[in-house]
Design a protein around this ligand. Structure first.
Ligand code: FAD
Ligand code: NAI
Length: 471
């Protein structure tokens, strides 16, 4: 640890993930003296190192592989001898990750954020001890921001060795394509990483405790997406729970039981991916020494401004609860930095888009139909299938639909749910519209380029008033 660094800061951020590093940069932009402490040896947190970015690299690469093998012929493009070079695919992933993590280090230098490599522990409401490879340092902070993120939730009784039984981290670095893979959990990780290995040749079976895949998503989206993924070769055992996993020398046996009773069964797999959610991470953080309260599930409760029960300590991102998404963590990082600097930082937690980067993509923002029904809001549904969208059809990539939900009384857009090509990009239009409290008619009367996938959003908006043109 260098000894010549100033050890007193306006803000010390613990954790260099998307919540922490963005908060540090924004606070520095606002003229505060800032340090960020990160213990993994690289900036970017779960997202850049073992989450969003490596998974999206492998999703894109595996999509190219499947397209070259199975889909180009339809376009009159003949390719022979398509082969998988898994080490090259993994090497590219590692390079993209390294470029980004170094990029964040550059941004720290540019913004004069002091970067401490090591593990931080609070020793009081305004004091921290950092222990790293280079020794120890005591830091003093007017304000501390906790951004320590989350880790994979363990399945009781199941040991993860990151070889045969893997978490998402192991599933991002398998040395060869397994013949068979059992995925426990039909959530976002299960479907994204299950898709990667299915495209590369594994037989993938997904076991899900609840009765639908992607449980928090709109029911119609879950149902149609399941059918699409089944067509791609994935199989699902819904309403089944895993009661045990026994790892042997070459694979594992997964014991499964129907949730509502019935015959137990065993599934054999070369690799088992445990993807049943993530839990907040606060190990060794010294929360007790600083008097910071934690919830029963280990999250750090915060008020609408990100403040914990200790006035000088804030918490953001996965560790603070809510949606465990990188962009939600980033928004909270910005808002908390602005609040600390005396500005009116704010996050609209009702308008945070969620995207599942399968092919086709799934995207959602705002309320689902089941949520609107439960709260008794009268709503209109507008729906448009991509098969009727000229760009999707021209591209030869037209599964799915756009569904827009609007308030029946005011026409205000309340939610949007998409399956389809580019859904992860298209959802931004609806999120912006919702931030401006737009009506479905506002979207419908906005001129959209032709031919474009975004016309499906416009047509779904028109359909809330049953006046879509192309269906
Ligand atoms: P993290 O990114 O977890 O960062 C916390 C950092 O704090 C870590 O680097 C950790 O080392 C450090 N730390 C912890 N304790 C200490 C300490 N005491 N001292 C110093 N440092 C400490 N989200 C999306 O929005 N889009 C996606 O496509 C997406 N894909 C994902 C794919 C996978 C496989 C996974 C696992 C997650 C994915 N996520 C995605 C979720 C996303 O990664 C998280 O929501 C996001 O990283 C949370 O950011 P954070 O800053 O709160 O925490
Ligand atoms: P998840 O919460 O999305 O899904 C977990 C699934 O496992 C749920 O469907 C749940 O019902 C099921 N489950 C729980 N216990 C089970 C059991 N014992 N047996 C069978 N099924 C069980 O969690 P996941 O997929 O692990 O991802 C964690 C988080 O990471 C996500 O919630 C998301 O916030 C984030 N993430 C986001 C991505 C994105 O934005 N594209 C990509 C990957 C992760």
């Amino acid at each position: 640890m260098s000894t010549n660094k100033d050890r007193t800061f306006d803000v010390v951020v613990v954790g260099g993930g998307p919540g922490g590093y963005v908060c540090a940069i924004r606070a520095a932009q606002l003229g505060l003296s800032v340090a960020c402490v990160e213990k993994r040896g690289a900036l970017g947190g779960t997202c850049l190192n073992v989450g969003c970015i490596p998974s999206k690299v492998l999703l894109q690469s595996s999509h190219h592989y499947r397209t070259a093998k199975e889909e180009l012929a339809e376009h009159g493009v003949k390719v022979a001898g398509v082969e998988l070079d898994l080490p090259a695919m993994m090497g590219r992933k590692d390079k993209v990750v390294a470029d980004f993590t170094k990029g964040v280090e550059f941004l720290f230098k540019k913004n004069k954020v002091a970067y401490f490599k090591g593990a931080a522990a609070l020793t009081g409401p305004n004091a921290l001890k950092v222990s790293g490879e280079d020794g120890e340092a005591e830091l003093t902070a007017k304000t501390v921001v906790i951004a320590t993120g989350s880790v994979s939730a363990p399945l009781p009784g199941v040991a993860v060795d990151e070889k045969t039984v893997v978490s998402s981290t192991g599933a991002l670095a398998l040395p060869k394509v397994p013949k068979s893979m059992v995925v426990i959990g039909a959530g976002v990780i299960g479907l994204e990483l299950g898709s990667v290995w299915a495209r590369l040749g594994a037989e993938v079976t997904v076991v899900e405790f609840l009765g639908k895949i992607l449980p928090p998503f709109d029911d119609e989206v879950s149902k149609q997406m399941q059918r699409i993924l089944e067509k791609q070769g994935m199989s699902f055992k819904l309403a089944h729970k895993v009661t045990g996993v026994t790892a042997g020398k070459s694979g594992a046996t997964v014991s499964v039981e129907p949730v509502k009773g019935g015959d137990a069964l065993s599934l054999e797999a070369d690799v088992v991916l445990v993807a049943i959610g993530r839990r907040p991470y606060t190990e060794g953080l010294g929360l007790e020494a600083a008097g910071v309260a934690v919830s029963e599930k280990g999250f750090i409760p915060v008020d609408a401004h990100g403040r914990t029960n200790v006035p000088s300590i804030y918490a953001i991102g996965d560790v603070a609860g809510g949606l465990m998404l990188a962009h939600k963590a980033e928004e909270e990082g910005v808002a908390v930095a602005e609040t600390i600097a005396g500005q009116a930082g704010h996050v609209n937690h009702g308008i945070i888009p969620s995207v599942v980067y399968t092919h086709p993509e799934v995207a959602s923002v705002g309320k689902t139909e089941q949520e609107l029904k439960a709260e008794g809001t009268a709503y209109a549904v507008g729906k448009f299938p991509f098969i009727a969208n000229s760009r999707a059809k021209a591209n030869g990539d037209a599964p799915g639909f756009v569904k827009i939900l609007a308030d029946k009384r005011t026409d205000r857009v309340l939610g949007a749910h998409l399956i389809g090509p580019g859904a992860g990009e298209l959802i931004a239009e609806v999120a912006v519209a919702m931030e401006f409290s737009a009506s479905a008619e506002d979207i419908a009367r906005t001129c959209h380029a032709h031919p474009s996938l975004s016309e499906a959003v416009k047509e779904a908006a028109l359909d809330t008033a049953k006046r879509a043109i192309h269906i």
